[in-house]
Design a protein around this ligand. Structure first.
Ligand SMILES: [Zn+2]
Length: 259
């Protein structure tokens, strides 16, 4: 027979394990895996390498001389954003990226994003570095089955996220007006992973990062799915180093899903 006090210890321990969040980090590779044959209309997504050609951004980039020899869009944007004379071009690129990603529609068949959402609970978190809103589209249809879904947080902003400037509510930009107070929703800045830490400029993004760092320290399982932590993203790399350090978590589980 188990003594009473041991039972209580065991119950506390179980609660401690069961109630801590499972955190999933998504990168471009996860969206690729969600629509391996293209979206509902056959439109394909590419990872950051080769993104410029596939997104039709080459003509815009021909207007400037870029010093980095990388063809990774994030590296190029990181450079352009640091050059004051390139700000108009950065805005144009941002608009082009937004309109391009807005075309993606989730296929009618279930995707890996649907399964991921349904496998997690409301105590869990998905932190996405992606600008596309496929996971939000999957979320909206999962909501019709269950409300026990993970929290979605977009560390680089997302084309589908709206924030209410009046009451700070965060909801789908497709709603157009805030469901709580009726104010028109605004899209938080689409963020480029640049060397300078500009995460504090946008209140939504700042909140996201503060929450991310705090939750990483409490997660029981950390899953990294299709995310490569580009070198230009200093803040993300710092967070990953913290997450992987052996003093930080000795007993917990980290899993990496890549090709
Ligand atoms: Zn509001």
């Amino acid at each position: 027979m188990i003594p009473e006090e041991n039972k209580e210890i065991e119950a506390n321990y179980k609660r401690y394990i069961l109630e801590r969040p499972h955190i999933v980090i998504l990168g471009a590779g996860a969206t690729m895996a969600a629509i391996p044959n293209g979206d509902k209309n056959g439109k394909r997504c590419s990872v950051m390498k080769g993104f410029i050609e596939n997104m039709g951004l080459s003509d815009l980039l021909k207007r400037v001389t870029v010093n980095t020899d990388s063809d990774n869009l994030e590296e190029i944007l990181s450079e352009l954003e640091s050059r004051p004379e390139c700000q108009r071009l950065v805005t144009e690129l941002e608009n082009r990226i937004i309109s391009n990603f807005s075309e993606f529609e989730i296929p009618d068949e279930l995707t890996v994003y649907d399964y991921l959402l349904l496998s997690l609970r409301s105590k869990d978190y998905i932190f996405s570095f992606n600008w596309d809103d496929l996971i939000l589209q999957a979320y909206q249809r999962a909501w019709e089955i269950t409300h026990d879904l993970p929290q979605l947080v977009f560390l680089h902003g997302n084309i589908g996220v709206g924030r209410c400037p009046s009451c700070n509510a965060v909801e789908s930009l497709r709603n157009e007006n805030c469901r709580k107070c009726g104010h028109e929703l605004v899209r938080p800045k689409i963020l480029f992973p640049i060397k300078e830490k500009n995460y504090k400029d946008d209140p939504y993004i700042k909140n996201c990062w503060d929450g991310f760092l705090d939750l990483l320290s409490r997660a029981t399982i950390l899953t990294i799915f299709g995310y490569s932590a580009p070198q230009s993203d200093v803040m993300a790399i710092e967070a990953m180093q913290k997450a992987f350090s052996s003093t930080f978590r000795r007993l917990d589980q980290i899993e990496v899903i890549d090709l």
